[in-house]
Design a protein around this ligand. Structure first.
Ligand SMILES: *[C@@H]1O[C@H](CO)[C@@H](O)[C@H](O)[C@H]1NC(C)=O
Ligand SMILES: *[C@@H]1O[C@H](CO)[C@@H](O)[C@H](O)[C@H]1NC(C)=O
Length: 261
């Protein structure tokens, strides 16, 4: 379809070239994998790259995780103004988003959490959304779903656990990466924002070289399970993730994603 071709053109030329200069939706947020490492080829077959195109011509990219053949889990703040989304291009099945054999689909369907909002201190609440593909994906060794936490994980804090965040966001060079990058982080609670029964997970890079979060919407993975969604991040400091275990019921009610007990 003609608009499909145009969208992919936008992704691969215009948008990637200017993205490095663009300010994030949050002034405080850097949302980049900095000093991380390149992901292993096909090592994260659930990773998708979403390009959200607004009616006013603005373009925003977000990572996401494939959670069923039709549904992608991403962040709510990837969709800043509900009514203004023109189209969403989803790239899947590749680490290199410029590669010729990537898969892609265009959709307009997404569901943002109805209680999503941005607090006065800049932190988003209920920062989760689902993208629905028009055509279900066929699974291959490069296209697989991510595992979700079980219902029984609902009260786990993951405190002290090691996790990995991956994405195509800006790197330490100030430019976005065409190849998927990842960083190891450790889950902490010494930030006031994460203490107590918080719907956020806080994490910090496990060494000086991996201090930053990935793209907005990108998955935080612990033991091959999706536990967080990049909500905002601070280079050389803490990064903040939507706590997926708080939203298992909402995910199950709004998609065909299966949640185990
Ligand atoms: C999945 O495979 C079927 C059968 O080969 C094909 O018709 C369909 O277009 C494929 N779907 C996608 C999203 O590639
Ligand atoms: C969820 O439950 C399944 C089946 O009991 C188990 O194999 C899996 O390890 C559990 N996942 C987590 C994250 O505990």
């Amino acid at each position: 379809m003609w608009y499909d071709v145009i969208l992919i053109f936008v992704i691969l030329t215009y948008f990637r070239a200017i993205e490095g200069k663009r300010e994030s939706v949050y002034q405080r947020s850097k949302n980049r994998i900095s000093y991380g490492r390149e992901s292993e080829d096909s090592g994260r077959p659930y990773m998708v790259y979403n390009v959200i195109i607004m009616k006013n011509g603005k373009v925003k990219s977000c990572g996401g995780a494939l959670a069923s053949s039709r549904y992608i889990i991403t962040a709510g703040h990837c969709f800043p103004e509900d009514s203004d989304i023109w189209s969403i291009a989803v790239v899947y099945g590749t680490n290199d988003i410029t590669s010729k054999d990537k898969g892609h689909q265009v959709t307009k369907t997404y569901i943002r959490h109805p209680l999503y909002n941005v607090r006065s201190d800049g932190f988003a609440q209920n920062d989760i959304a689902l993208i629905k593909l028009d055509e279900p994906l066929n699974f291959t060794d490069k296209v697989q779903t991510i595992r979700l936490p079980n219902k029984s994980n609902e009260h786990e804090s993951f405190l002290g656990a090691s996790a990995t965040v991956s994405g195509w966001g800006l790197t330490e060079t100030g430019h976005p990466s065409n190849v998927l990058k990842e960083a190891n982080v450790k889950i902490i609670d010494d930030d006031i924002i994460c203490r107590g029964p918080s719907s956020l997970i806080c994490a910090i890079g496990t060494n000086d070289e991996t201090p930053c979060s990935g793209d907005s919407g990108s998955p935080l993975i612990w033991n091959d399970v999706l536990i967080g969604i990049v909500s905002s991040g601070f280079c050389f400091s803490d990064s903040y993730y939507t706590r997926v275990t708080r939203y298992l019921k909402w995910i199950a009610q709004n998609s065909d994603i299966k949640i185990n007990n």
